[in-house]
Design a protein around this ligand. Structure first.
Ligand code: WQD
Length: 344
């Protein structure tokens, strides 16, 4: 029997890649997205890759009535994967209420409607930002949660607490919290990828836009950190590997593979790479130079954070497999495709 999954924010970067993997795994997908930070043409890319065009509702998940209509129209939704959220760290400092309203009200509405419509499980898109600057690396799920350094990071922590309290209240639902490290790359088909609006905040889109000449030079935010080459260290995880983890997590809940009603998993490769090392990997794996310069540190940056993925590997039964060189080539191919299509 085909399970039906509601993917909120499903035409976004990680949402679209997850929709592809859900369809490939035989799930029926319904997407709701308010298109505030994504483009409806992504549906064409999903269809080109899978041969299936998922049902799509343009709507805002902060409206419970909008969501109730979706559950009423698309009967039999078994699970939810919630990506719909604002996610720019810097913007969240300037507009905290937008972030608390959008990210928390969306989640509360979804949780509220799950028992009403018999929805069994929800996968929540969380982040390694909940760990702040970890006391030690690699980071396990047992690492202490540190006070958030931005409203964005706080919405992830509070969301995890909301889900935890709701499940502990005895409601008959399950949840898996997936704490992403740094998602990067694009689908190998170059039909979908990261499509940031305006000047990218994140490293890889800025790097590939510099490599293709849209940006003059990549600024490396600091080389005076306590790391081998002085630049920050991250765990860069391929977006398709990340997407596949969501399918495994959803199956774990819907097929009752665990007694637990609430589980948490770190999604990373287990390898820490510095910013300068990643630039070097990009240049070597694509043959394309990235003009860059060292500038001052960016406020709020974590010095070094990378995952211990053993729990996801051994309990969830998922492992990041894509070599970083291939991920960088996919990111570059996607940037060239955007140029080819005249999109940027
Ligand atoms: C990575 C490294 C920068 C841009 C954040 C959120 C996380 C997730 C991903 C949403 C840092 C350096 C970056 C640039 C640079 N958010 N950098 N020059 O900050 O690790 O994580 O985005 O899903 O939850 O916290 O990602 O890509 O912004 O930065 O030197 O132009 O690259 O200093 O060390 P970050 P990032």
């Amino acid at each position: 029997m085909k399970h039906k999954i509601l993917v909120t924010g499903g035409v976004g970067y990680i949402g679209s890649h997850t929709t592809v993997e859900l369809i490939n795994a035989g799930y029926e997908v319904v997407i709701i997205d308010n298109l505030s930070n994504s483009n409806i043409n992504v549906l064409d890319g999903i269809e080109k890759i899978t041969g299936v065009r998922p049902a799509f509702v343009e709507g805002d998940c902060t409206s419970i009535e909008t969501l109730r209509k979706v559950f009423t129209e698309y009967k039999g939704i078994d699970g939810i994967i919630n990506f719909a959220a604002s996610k720019a760290v810097g913007e969240s400092v300037e507009k905290p209420l937008l972030y608390y309203r959008n990210n928390l009200l969306t989640l509360i509405n979804l949780l509220d409607l799950m028992p009403e419509f018999g929805v069994k499980g929800i996968v929540f898109s969380s982040s390694c930002t909940v760990y702040g600057e970890p006391d030690e690396n690699p980071v396990t799920e047992k690492a202490p949660i540190k006070p958030a350094t931005s409203p964005y990071g706080n919405t992830k922590q509070v969301s995890e607490e909301i889900i935890t309290d709701y499940i502990h209240s005895g409601v008959n639902i399950k949840s898996i919290l997936l704490r992403y490290f740094n998602p990067v790359g694009a689908h190998p088909s170059s039909e979908i990828g990261e499509l940031p609006n305006g000047v990218p905040n994140n490293l890889i889109p800025y790097l590939t836009q510099t490599a293709i000449g849209i940006r003059k030079e990549l600024s490396v935010f600091g080389n005076d950190y306590d790391t081998p080459d002085g630049s920050c260290i991250r765990d860069f995880i391929d977006v398709v590997d990340l997407a596949k983890a969501h399918v495994v997590a959803m199956e774990r809940m819907l097929e009752d593979k665990s007694e637990e009603r609430l589980e948490v998993f770190n999604l990373g490769t287990g390898n820490g790479l510095s910013v300068l090392q990643l630039i070097d990997v990009f240049e070597k794996s694509t043959g394309v130079k990235v003009p860059h310069k060292i500038v001052g540190r960016r406020a709020g940056d974590i010095e070094k954070v990378w995952a211990n993925p053993e729990k996801a590997n051994n309990v969830l039964g998922w492992k990041a497999e894509t070599p970083i060189e291939e991920t960088m080539r996919n990111a570059w191919n996607w940037q060239m495709k955007l140029r080819e299509r005249g999109i940027m």
